[in-house]
Design a protein around this ligand. Sequence first.
Ligand code: GLN
Length: 536
Amino acid sequence: MSNTKYIFVTGGVTSSLGKGIVAASLAKLLQSQDFSVTIQKFDPYINVDPGTLNPYEHGECFVTDDGAETDLDLGHYERFLNVNTSQANNVTTGRVYQSVIEKERRGEFLGKTVQVIPHITNEIKERMSLLGESNKFDIVITEIGGTVGDIESLPYIESVRQMIWDLGRENAIVIHLTLIPFLAAAGELKTKPTQHSVKTLMESGISADIIVCRTEHELSEELRQKLALFCNVKREAIIQSIDVDTIYDVPLKMLEEGLDKVVLNKLQLQPKKTLDLTRWNEFLYKFKNPKHSLKIGLVGKYVELQDSYKSILESLIHAGAINETEIQVISIHSEKLNDKNVATKLNTLDGVIVAPGFGERGIEGKITAIAYARKHQIPFFGICLGMQMAVIEYSRNTAGLSSANSIEMDENCKTPVIDLMESQKSVVNKGGTMRLGAWDCSLLENSLAHKAYGSKTISERHRHRYEFNDAFKERIFDQDFVVTGTNPETGLVEIIEYKKHPWFLGVQFHPEYKSTVSTPHPLFVSFIQASLTNKS
Ligand code: GLN
C-alpha cells in the first residue's frame, strides 16, 4: 500500500456550502507547503457523467485534458492548484454501477448475489484509492457530493467508513462542512443543525475529525467551545468559514483558522517547507486593487445561472487581475437580443464574449451581437458555438451566403457552413461522444492568436460535434477573414480572426478550461488588453 494520506470532505445541513472551494483551499495550503495534492469528487447521481446535464441543473460541465466531462468543482481544483485533473478525479454513481454491472455480465462475480455492500462499496473504494495508489500524491482529498443523510450518499459514506477502518485514523480523516444559520429575529447563530448532521454522520459509523462551519457572522469563542463539546472534536478542529467577497480569499481564511495545521497534525505529517503563498497574494492584491475597469458583455442563453459559465467568469477574473483591471461582466440573454435593441445593449461595452452552447435557442441573438461587435470595432471573443456563429455572421453579411447556417440549427440547411463532423455521423449515443479533450492546434504566424500564445503549436480542450465545413473555405475566407489556427492532422478550423478590427477572434475549443490563478489564459489576457485599448 502507498503512503498516501486521505482526507474526505462531507457536507451537512444543506447543499451549496462550497465544499469544493474549501477542499481546493485546503489543497492550496498543503501544496504551498510542498505536498503533492490532488482532489477528486464523488457525485451521488445516476448520470454516468455530468455531460448530459443541462447547465441549469448542475452548472457548467468542466472538461479535462483526457476528455472527461466532469463536475464544475474540478475547475476550481485546477484553477487553485494549477494541476491537471482527469477522468479519475470525478466519479458518479452511474459510473460505479455501470462498471459493476459490466463486471457482473463478464462473470466476474460468478455464483454471487451482487449487492450494494460489498460490490458497490468495493467499486467506490477502488476508485477512491486509485489516485493515491499511483504514488504521485502525498495527499488525496476526496469530496463527497450531496449532503449526509441523503439516501443516495449512503454507499459513499459507508465506503469512507471502511476506508478509514482499512487505513487507520492517522492516514485518513474526515472534514465535515456544515452551516451555522443566523436567526435574525433571535439575533443568534444556531449550532443545532450542525450537531444533528454530525450525529447523522456518526450513525453511519464516522466521527468527523474537523468541522468547518460556514457562517455569515463571526463565531464566538463560546460557540466554538460548545460546538467542539457537542460534536466530539477538539476546540482547534472547529474551523470557521465566513462568507467572503471572493472565493480566492478562502485559502487565506482557512490559513487564519489553522485548518492546514489541524489536518497535518491529525495525519501525523510535518510541513515539508514553510508555507509560501506569495504568488497567490500577488494575484489577490492586483485583483483587489485594480487601476482600470472594463465592462465585458457575456452573450449566452444560460445567463440566469452564474454557474453555467463558471470557467469563463473565472478566466476573466484571472486575466483582469494580471492586467490590474476590474471586470464588470454584463450578462446578455441571447434570446432577448435583436436588431432593435442591440445598440442599446452593446454600445457601452468595452468587449463582447459570445458563449458556448447547444441547440437553436438564442442563436440569432448571438449572430446579431457578433455583427454589431464586428461593425463597431468592439473587441470580440467567440467561444465554441460563439466561433461557429461568427463564421455564420460573416458568411451571411459579407460573403454573400445569406442562407448560411449550422446543420445543428437547421438540418435541411442549403448552405451548411458549420456541419456535423465526419467522425460524429455514426454516433448514436449522446453521453461522452463529442469531440472531447485536448487536441493540438497550429497557429498562423503573426496572427492575434500566435502573438497571444507566443508559440506556434498549442493544445486546447474541446467539446463539440460540429465544425467549419471545408467545402465553403474559399467562399468565406478572404484577406480580412482568416483561419489562424488548424488541427495539424485533419486541418479542422480551430481559430478564425477578422483583421479589419482591433481584436476579433473565435475559437472552436474552450480556452476557459485552462485558465488558472497562476497561469491566466493568454487569449483572455490578450482580449482584456484589447478591450482596455478600445476603452481608452
Ligand atoms: N453546439 C456546438 C457543437 O456541438 C458548439 C458546442 C459548444 O459550444 N461547446 O459543435
